[in-house]
Write a protein that binds this ligand. Structure first.
Ligand code: GLV
Length: 335
């Protein structure tokens, strides 16, 4: 029997073992094993003869990278978002792009809700207070009052899978649910009694505004000074989508001048955010280092999907999570 050589894959970070072992079994794979990501130049050195790249949100995958990988056929991204990839350029070159939706929906929604609760009920501030030895008076009626989540109104900006999953959690807290999306979500209205509103109202009426849009030209700085000024002084902003969806300077201004009550964000305009980012000085802000989908179980599933998308592509099938579906009809040779 003639053995055909395995396809060459470059894996830009050490993936959780479920996906990584599948990739190592099925491909001639090389893995960047360091914790610190490769620079663009380092990446380019490793991809000159690969047919596939397993990427993640911290890799800039663009025409420049494609130029360094003339045999590249597919980019399999470990994330639902793919704003780090120039998909239009990939499509122009006939390169497939896949992502890992669905498996991270509930986990990301859990984290958005954790942030919401943390900022409203001052969980992080309280933890610091006790640890720093500031808790010198046992109990006082007006001490560290937060705001109620139960019974409050939430505004969901972007009612896709994650927005919907956040709304389900809000329903459990007996919240009134408003949402803004370009398309109506009848099942969300039916099942959760959610109300579709315009972009102004989703900022102006709620006590909590949670953002769940992908980063695109249209959504860059969607949450800007104007939108923040629509919010109630007592309202909170939660962002688990992408940093650049929120104008950080405008957010700083809104928080420092108490134009809104607080914010909780998992994502920044620049990641990692510099330690001297003025936002980090504010007490009415809860921050996290882009980890909303980071549970053990979900990261395993995401890595497995990265592998499944690659395997299915090289079997000549349409990968289950193809992003640039317009390539399907282009009759491109995929093996
Ligand atoms: C993470 O940010 C993702 O897009 O999955």
């Amino acid at each position: 029997m003639i053995k055909t050589p395995k396809h060459k894959v470059y894996v830009t970070r050490e993936l959780p073992d479920r996906g990584l072992s599948l990739i190592l079994e099925n491909f001639d794979a090389e893995v960047w094993r360091e914790y610190i990501p490769p620079t663009k130049d380092q990446l380019k050195e490793h991809i000159s003869d690969v047919e596939a790249i397993a990427s993640n949100v911290a890799d800039k995958v663009d025409g420049d990278l494609f130029d360094a990988a003339p045999k590249l056929r597919i980019v399999s991204q470990m994330a639902v978002g793919f704003d780090n990839i120039d998909v239009a350029e990939a499509t122009r070159r006939g390169i497939y792009v896949t992502n890992t939706p669905e498996v991270l929906t509930e986990t990301t929604a859990d984290y958005a809700f954790a942030l919401l609760l943390a900022v409203a009920r001052r969980v992080v501030e309280a933890d610091n207070y006790v640890r720093q030895g500031k808790w010198t008076v046992g109990w006082h009626p007006s001490f560290m009052q937060g705001r109620d989540v139960n019974g409050a109104t939430i505004g969901i900006v972007g009612a896709g899978r994650i927005g919907y999953a956040v709304a389900k959690r809000a329903k459990g807290f007996n919240m009134k649910i408003l949402y803004y999306d370009v398309a109506p979500r009848p099942e969300m209205e039916r099942e959760l009694n959610a109300k579709r509103v315009d972009l102004k109202t989703v900022f102006s009426e709620p006590d909590f505004v949670s953002v769940h849009v992908p980063l695109m030209i249209e959504t860059r700085h969607l949450v800007n000074e104007e939108k923040l000024s629509l919010m109630k002084k007592t309202a909170y902003l939660i962002n688990t989508s992408r940093g650049p969806v929120v104008d950080e300077k405008a957010l700083f201004d809104a928080l420092v001048h108490h134009k809104i009550a607080g914010a909780a964000i998992d994502v920044f305009e620049q990641e990692p955010t510099p330690s001297d980012n003025p936002l980090l000085k504010l007490e009415n802000l809860v921050v996290a280092p882009h980890i909303a989908s980071s549970s053990y179980e979900t990261r395993q599933k995401m890595s497995e999907l990265v592998a499944i998308n690659l395997i299915s592509y090289f079997k000549g099938e349409i990968p289950p999570n193809l992003v640039n579906k317009e390539l399907i009809n282009k009759n491109i040779k995929i093996i």
